[in-house]
Ligand binder design. Structure first.
Ligand code: 1GP
Length: 241
């Protein structure tokens, strides 16, 4: 079922937001660098990406990067048949029906025609110290960072609804990444756990992995400091030693 997560431990995913690139050339150069770092997964998505920019980015990423290209959609139009899979996200920390079932229905006509692996995913926002784009766009509140019991029960409710993955996100560019204590509590619900938002150092990546994250997602830090890709590559290589 979860081909791209099978057997993966201490995984690294790089998030590409097509909105961050002003030209195809800039995107293309960035993708070459991402490819060099050899991530386990590439996620593509964003809160405000247009359909055409999204599709061009997925197509180019598929050409250049050997890792699975997985859609991390901000809205129902962010679809492409060139991707390998889509996280079919339900924003379970929020109470906005559009992000619990609305966008999903809107995506069906196109999804039916594509051969994407569709992965039912619990998507949980945890407070990262500043209002995130997802919070603003979805008009929802994140789970407070120390509300461990609420987070655990929310994760389990998502699992009981049949979601196959839990993605816990402090939000793009968060000031504080999700705490190790929170990650451990969420990992104990025994769903494959993806953690992201505000991760800016190898220490934070290692800490999240050790606390129980199967995959750690990094976006902003690489855009700010492209050399961080080298650190990521070295970290992944050293894991096997
Ligand atoms: C955001 O989890 C991702 O949805 C990644 O966050 O860009 O802060 O790394 P950053």
């Amino acid at each position: 079922m979860l081909k791209f997560l099978n057997g993966l431990k201490n995984g690294i995913a790089i998030l590409i937001d097509p909105d961050k690139f002003s030209s195809k050339d800039k995107l293309s150069t960035y993708l070459d660098k991402v490819s060099f770092a050899n991530p386990d997964i590439v996620f593509i998505g964003g809160s405000t990406v247009s359909k055409i920019d999204f599709q061009n980015c997925v197509e180019l990423s598929k050409e250049k990067i050997k890792a699975p290209i997985v859609i991390f959609p901000g809205a129902s139009h962010q679809l492409s048949e060139h991707a390998d899979a889509i996280l079919f996200l339900s924003l379970i920390s929020g109470r906005n029906p559009d992000y619990l079932i609305g966008h999903h229905i809107a995506a069906v006509s196109e999804l039916e025609k594509m051969n994407l692996q569709i992965i039912p995913t619990s998507y949980m926002l945890v407070d990262g110290g500043k209002k995130s784009s997802v919070e603003y766009i979805s008009n929802t509140n994140p789970i407070p960072k120390d509300a461990f019991s609420i987070a655990r029960k929310t994760a389990l409710a998502g699992k009981y609804l049949g979601h196959k993955i839990l993605y816990a996100d402090a939000g793009s560019g968060a000031m504080e990444n999700i705490s190790k204590e929170m990650i451990t509590i969420l990992s104990e619900t025994n769903s494959p756990l993806i953690v992201g938002g505000g991760i800016r150092s190898i220490e934070q990546i290692r800490g999240a992995h050790q606390a129980g994250a199967q995959v750690v997602v990094i976006g902003n830090k690489i855009e700010e400091d492209i050399n961080f890709l080298l650190d990521i590559k070295n970290y992944s290589l050293n894991l096997g030693l």
